[in-house]
Design a binder for this molecule. Structure first.
Ligand code: NAP
Length: 275
């Protein structure tokens, strides 16, 4: 896919993996809307991105909002869709983790991680999907996590929010396929970002021990892997850092594809028979 002059919305685009993705899209000539809460990091991110653009006509914009707030997201994104057009790519990346043992996670902390990681993805999708469907094109990239794929000690609430993002993506993928809108899900491994640094302060000793020796990627590597996955039309996009992940990357998308496409075809056959 050629991203030149395409409109890309990225939640969490002011830091870490989101900012690295924004840089890749900026270099490829895309117009960008970065979405995050804090104004200062948004302004700094825009400065960095303006130095990378392919053309001075590229628009690098930002909006400060909390993705967990359903009505605010709907209102603001509809304004930005009027200004920049229906996005060609939407990246649902805003998220966080505060790892802890299950009984140490308060109900408020559980709600908060679900509201941002899952609810934020849901809110943005509700604002953009009808428009992308109407236009009959687009790519959606939802950011999950390796901890949303395998259960990891210390990540009960985070893992639940991220596996929900993966399953939301799989179901939405089959719904949007007939409308020419593709859905992809990224499963980053540990990646050196401000969010990861913060997360490390909360990790139980057992989590640190389990992760010891695991490679830690740079956000730029993750962004390149994500873009390559999008360009190749992969559903599940993972860093090829272990044979397990390679196995999952090869088999899971085909399984999901076979199951979802098979059921959609069956349902369509059934419908046309009874019509
Ligand atoms: N780094 C890793 O090791 C790793 C591994 C697997 C998955 N992930 C996932 O990858 C994504 C990015 O992680 P990262 O490490 O790059 O994080 P990061 O450096 O902390 O960046 C998070 C971004 O999301 C924004 N954000 C957070 N909460 C938000 C909210 N409620 N509304 C709007 N924006 C919000 C932040 O800006 P504001 O704070 O200003 O809002 C920031 O721009 C997350 O979904 C994370 O769970 C990360």
């Amino acid at each position: 896919m050629d991203y030149d002059k395409k409109v890309v919305f990225i939640t969490g685009g002011s830091s870490g993996i989101g900012l690295a993705l924004a840089k890749e899209f900026a270099k490829r000539g895309a117009h960008l809307l970065l979405i995050a809460r804090r104004e200062q990091p948004l302004a700094e991110a825009k400065e960095q991105l303006r130095r990378l653009v392919k053309s001075s006509a590229q628009r690098i914009e930002s909006v400060s909002l909390d993705v967990a707030k359903h009505e605010v997201v709907a209102k603001e994104l509809s304004k930005w869709i009027k200004q920049l057009g229906v996005p060609d790519v939407v990246v649902n990346n805003a998220g966080f983790a505060t790892p802890a043992r299950f009984e140490e996670i308060s109900y408020e902390d559980f709600r908060s991680v679900m509201d941002v990681n899952l609810g934020g993805t849901w809110n943005v999708l509700q604002a953009v999907v009808p428009e992308m469907k109407k236009r009959r094109s687009g790519q959606i990239l939802n950011v999950s996590s390796v901890a949303g794929f395998v259960g990891v000690y210390g990540y009960t609430s985070y893992g639940a929010s991220k596996s929900a993002v993966a399953h939301l993506s799989a179901a939405l993928r089959s719904e949007l396929k007939p409308h020419n809108v593709s859905v992809h899900v990224l499963f980053p491994p540990n990646t050196e970002t401000p969010g990861f640094e913060e997360e490390n302060k909360h990790k139980p000793a057992e989590t640190h021990a389990i992760e010891a020796g695991d490679p830690i990627l740079q956000p730029e590597q993750v962004a390149r892997i994500a873009i390559k996955g999008l360009e190749r039309g992969r559903f599940a996009i993972m860093a090829p850092y272990s044979s397990f992940i390679r196995f999952v990357n090869g088999v899971l998308p085909r399984l999901v594809h076979a199951v979802t496409d098979g059921s959609v075809r069956k349902a369509q056959k059934h419908q046309s028979k009874s019509a």
